[in-house]
Design a protein around this ligand. Structure first.
Ligand SMILES: O=C[C@H](O)COP(=O)(O)O
Length: 214
């Protein structure tokens, strides 16, 4: 299983969480990674943890003030990027452009979507993976894998119908090892999570619980 920890803009210490993710990664067969804010990418990557960006823009070098260039993200040490997170939604053409920009820079891609129908559309754009996240469950602590298992199974089917090479992650409310196991049982190859680790009093203990059954 791939466990991708999104730090969003939570007031955690990104380096401390990154070190916890790195240390737990060394004790599990699961693949762990962390997605800090763009400004924190380089110092997070310096910890040795697998580092992802939260977003890249559909642009090239040039007149793009305030945008996030995929090549700069890669130069800072990221190996992948989220695209179209529910909190950073893009137009379809921009999702396509961001996937292309990320691939140009050698970044792995996970395109987020709200439901199985959008997952099918996202998969058609050729990312490495898609992530289904019902927005109403994000940050609630109510896991999608238990509250809405059909949406995960339907997302897996929708992606598979379009491109069987595209992996499916699920996210929203996932905070325990049981939640991750349930996601895997529904066909997901990974989970995208945030508050369960980034807002935990002890992020390392939260991560150890997450990967313990894997
Ligand atoms: O990127 C992560 C997702 O939005 C899930 O967030 P959450 O684990 O806080 O529900």
């Amino acid at each position: 299983m791939f466990v991708l920890v999104n730090l969003k803009t939570y007031p955690c210490d990104p380096v401390a969480v990154a070190e916890a993710v790195r240390d737990v990664d060394e004790s599990t067969d699961a693949r762990l990674a962390v997605a800090p804010q763009a400004a924190d990418l380089a110092r997070v990557a310096e910890t040795g943890v697998e580092t992802w960006a939260q977003h890249v823009d559909p642009i090239e070098h040039g007149s793009n003030t305030g945008h996030t260039l995929a090549e700069s993200v890669a130069d800072a040490g990221a190996v992948g990027t989220l695209i179209n997170h529910s909190e950073k939604r893009l137009k379809l053409a921009d999702i396509d452009g961001s996937v292309q920009a990320a691939e140009r820079a050698g970044l792995e891609t996970v395109v987020c979507a709200n439901n199985p129908e959008q997952i099918g559309a996202a998969a058609a754009l050729g990312p490495d993976a898609v992530a289904v996240e019902p927005p109403e469950l994000i940050g609630t602590g109510t896991p999608v894998s238990q509250a809405d298992p059909d949406i995960v199974e339907d997302a897996v089917e929708a992606a598979d119908n379009v491109d069987s090479e595209v992996s499916v992650l699920c996210g929203a409310g996932i905070s325990t090892g049981d939640d991750v196991v349930a996601a895997g049982d529904l066909g997901a190859e990974g989970v995208l999570l945030a508050s369960g680790v980034a807002k935990a009093d002890d992020p390392q203990a939260a991560l150890e619980d997450l990967v313990e059954p894997l």
